[in-house]
Design a protein around this ligand. Structure first.
Ligand code: AMP
Length: 302
C-alpha cells in the first residue's frame, strides 16, 4: 500500500476505545513523520466542531477526533449525566468527512482507579467561567494534558467559542513545554447569530428565540464601537441592556477583559474579549467577541 494511504485504508475510519491502542497509533504516526492533528470534543457534534475538523484536515494527516464527555470538568450540580451523547451520528458525520480516527474511550480508560493528579493553571482559572464553575478548568486542563500525552498531536484545534479555555490551554502548553501547537478557530453561528453549542439542544422554542440575546449583546458592542464608543464601562452597560430586556435570560457575567490576563480591561488597548455568560431557562450558554484595538482603529470579530 502506498505510504500516504496507510492512515486511510479504504477510507475506513477507525474508532479507538483504549488508551493503549491510541498510543500505538500515535507512536506509529510519529515514526512515519506524519503530522497528526487532534480535535478534542465532547461529542454531540455540530457544524462548530466540524469546522475544527476541516481546519485540521487542511493542515494535518492523520486527523484524530476525540469524543469524551469528561467527568472531571463537570460540577456536582451540572449536566454530566444528561449531556447529549450521540456517538453513532457523530461517527457518521466524521466518516463522511474522511476523518482517520475517532478516539472515544470510556471514562474508566481515562481515569483509572485511584486517579489523583490534576493540572491547575493558576490565576487564569479563578474568574468568569472558573468562578461560576469551580474546578471546571482543572478538569479541562487535566483531560487536555492527558489527551496530548495519549494522542501526541503536532497540532490541536480548539474553538474561540471557549476563549478562556483556549487561553488556559495555551498557558499550560507553554508552562509544561508541550509539543502540541494550539490552533484557535473562529466561532460558527446559526443564521440568527446564536453560537452553535451542543447545549442548544436543551432549549425549547421560546428559549431558543431568547438565546439570541447573547449574540445581540455582542453585536451591540460591535455597533457601539463602530459608532465611536471607546469607554469600557459604557460598552459593558450596552451588553447588559440587551440581556436585561430579555426576561427568559438571566445574566451570569458580562465583561470586557484583557485577552492575555482575562482581568477586566480598563481601556480598549491591544486585544480584548467581550465575554457573556447567561442562563436561558435552565441552560447555561456562553459567547464572546474579539476586540482588536490598534490605536484609534478597533476591529470587532463576533
Ligand atoms: P465541546 O464539545 O463543547 O467540548 O467543544 C469542543 C471544541 O469545539 C472546543 O474547542 C470548542 O471551543 C469548539 N466549539 C464548540 N462550539 C463551537 C462553535 N460554535 N464554533 C467553533 N468552535 C466551537
Amino acid at each position: 500500500m502506498p505510504r500516504e494511504r496507510r492512515f486511510r485504508a479504504d477510507n475506513l475510519m477507525e474508532t479507538i476505545h483504549t488508551v493503549a491502542w491510541m498510543k500505538q497509533v500515535a507512536r506509529e504516526a510519529r515514526r512515519n513523520e506524519r503530522i497528526l492533528g487532534l480535535v478534542p470534543t465532547m461529542g454531540a457534534l455540530h457544524e462548530g466542531h466540524l469546522s475544527l475538523v476541516r481546519e485540521a484536515q487542511g493542515q494535518c494527516a492523520p486527523v484524530v477526533v476525540s469524543i469524551f464527555v469528561n467527568p472531571t470538568q463537570f460540577g456536582p450540580a451540572e449536566d454530566f449525566q444528561k449531556y447529549p451523547r450521540t456517538l453513532e451520528a457523530d461517527r457518521a458525520a466524521l466518516q463522511k468527512m474522511g476523518v482517520d480516527y475517532i478516539f472515544a474511550p470510556p471514562p474508566e480508560e481515562v481515569y483509572q482507579e485511584g486517579f489523583r493528579t490534576f493540572v491547575d493553571v493558576e490565576g487564569l482559572n479563578a474568574r468568569l467561567e472558573g468562578r461560576t464553575r469551580p474546578g471546571h478548568f482543572r478538569g479541562v486542563a487535566t483531560v487536555v494534558l492527558k489527551l496530548f500525552e495519549i494522542v501526541q498531536p503536532r497540532f490541536a484545534f480548539f474553538g474561540r467559542k471557549d476563549a478562556q479555555q483556549v487561553r488556559i490551554i495555551r498557558q499550560m502548553a507553554a508552562d509544561l513545554n508541550l509539543d502540541a501547537q494550539v490552533v484557535v478557530c473562529p466561532i460558527v453561528r446559526e443564521a440568527d447569530g446564536l453560537a452553535l453549542s451542543s447545549r442548544n439542544a436543551y432549549l425549547n422554542g421560546d428559549e431558543r428565540r431568547a438565546a439570541t440575546a447573547l449574540y445581540r449583546s455582542l453585536d451591540a458592542v460591535q455597533r457601539e464601537i463602530a459608532a465611536g464608543e471607546r469607554d469600557v464601562a459604557r460598552l459593558v452597560a450596552a451588553m447588559r441592556r440587551v440581556i436585561d430586556a430579555e426576561s427568559k435570560v438571566s445574566l451570569d457575567y458580562a465583561e470586557i477583559v484583557d485577552a492575555d490576563t482575562f482581568e477586566p480591561a480598563l481601556a480598549l488597548r491591544k486585544s480584548c474579549y467581550a465575554l457573556i455568560a447567561a442562563g436561558v431557562g435552565s441552560t447555561r450558554l456562553i459567547d464572546n467577541a474579539l476586540i482588536d484595538a490598534d490605536g484609534e482603529a478597533v476591529r470587532v470579530t463576533v
